[in-house]
Ligand binder design. Sequence first.
Ligand SMILES: Cc1cc2nc3c(=O)[nH]c(=O)nc-3n(C[C@H](O)[C@H](O)[C@H](O)COP(=O)(O)O)c2cc1C
Length: 497
Amino acid sequence: MSSTSFPRVASFRTPRDLAGHLSALGWPLPIDEEILQGTASPLAQPLKIPWLGGKRTVGNRFAVHPMEGWDAQPDGLPSELTRRRWLNFGNSGAKLIWGGEAVAVVPEGRANPNQLLLNGRTASALATLRADTVNQHQERFGRTDDLVFGLQLTHSGRFCRPNAFDRLEPLIAYRHPLLDAKHKGNIEPISDAEIERIIAAFGEAARLVLEMGFDFVDLKHCHGYLGHELLSAHERPGRYGGSFENRTRFLRELVEAVRSSAKGLEIGVRISAYDSVPFVPDEKTWRGKPAPAQTPYRWGFGVNPENPVEPDLAETKRFLGLLESLGVKLVNVTAGSPYYCAHIQRPALFPPVDAYLPPVDPLIGAARLQWAARELKSTSNAVIVSTGWTYFQEYLPHIAQALVREGWTDFVGLGRMMLSYPDLPADVLQQGRLERKRICRTFSDCTTGPRLGLPSGCFPLDPFYKARPEAEQLKVLVEQIKEERAVAVAGKGSDEP
Ligand SMILES: Cc1cc2nc3c(=O)[nH]c(=O)nc-3n(C[C@H](O)[C@H](O)[C@H](O)COP(=O)(O)O)c2cc1C
């Protein structure tokens, strides 16, 4: 089994070499030759957002994506590990902190037993976490009037695991012919009345978000969780399924709930702009391949129904139009789900243990996310944050500068890079250079850890996590799994080395 039949990004000697490779793949991107420093950089340009909290300016074009750590306490309170991660966000130099991390609005909607939970008991601890993060930013950068900070609210829907990290307790929007196989037993979709209760819980949570001092709330519609799944509920009967109007009713009612319980709180939406039919490992090679699916494919949002590995942004554009009509103008563009099409969602050369070897060069996944952001930005007035930047590695700043200059995206949102190298934005803007040894190489331990019941973190590169006992536990568990897999693959007669 080889994971590395694609060229490593570090093997490109110049930005031009990488540009040539991207063009050869059919996914060209503009790339600057040099990292620009200070005010010369498009990434250093402030962006005025007149409608945000009354004429706010975001100080630069770096954003921190929500990054959960599977490290909250069982009652949903942040732990010391959570605090360390958030302080790193504050210390990063990014002026937009989009979401912090996914915070569940009800206990049964948690994606794992160590997910943050927002309620009357946890709100003051989360308010302290926000304030400490802002103070950290103030200490290092001397001002916070240009820092914008939102909180992501979530319900994990089909991927709820509130009681044990390895036990799904799904609350599904509809029967899915491929994903239901993950759930043992015959599960009934949640009722319209249950959806209404969840909407009310979002409204109540948003009231707390406003009280805690956040600038906006992200009503999460991505990565396979409930809000996202409802967008593809073509076959669900009743008020929340079928037509576009019904599939977006959840969003509209969430916005209404937030507006009535948290007056003045701005709203953002993180959206999986396109999806894919689930991918599964080939049993001989472990490479990802699309699961056989019936067409027209009726179980994806932003997917070409006749060829469900291909994005179709027509409904996504309509969704952005709807957001605009509701006065929601902050949009974070992501894709797919980490549970069934990780290669389009977080492109990696070394995938997490529960996924599959990359079916295509991960640069395709990373570039496609930028092309999608560009297409959506060209038809919308929203402020756009784009995703999938980590895989560009040492060339992240070169591409980011060019894309912001050329108007592909307003903000460059960082995910995994925030775990290995949280102060990348400050280094780019202040020094015009990167520390190579801290660059995320997409080993995926930050995802594999949680899949095996451990907290997330950059075990390969962050000295803090490297020194923790979980680093050794993770190594042992991964070795075991790899050996078992090698035996299984050998049994199937793999042709790959
Ligand atoms: C460990 C880990 C935790 C994540 N937590 C969240 C989360 O809480 N909410 C969310 O919307 N996305 C989450 N994501 C997705 C990231 O925000 C981001 O979309 C993804 O990592 C791709 O961006 P990147 O290429 O910069 O890593 C997480 C990803 C990872 C690897």
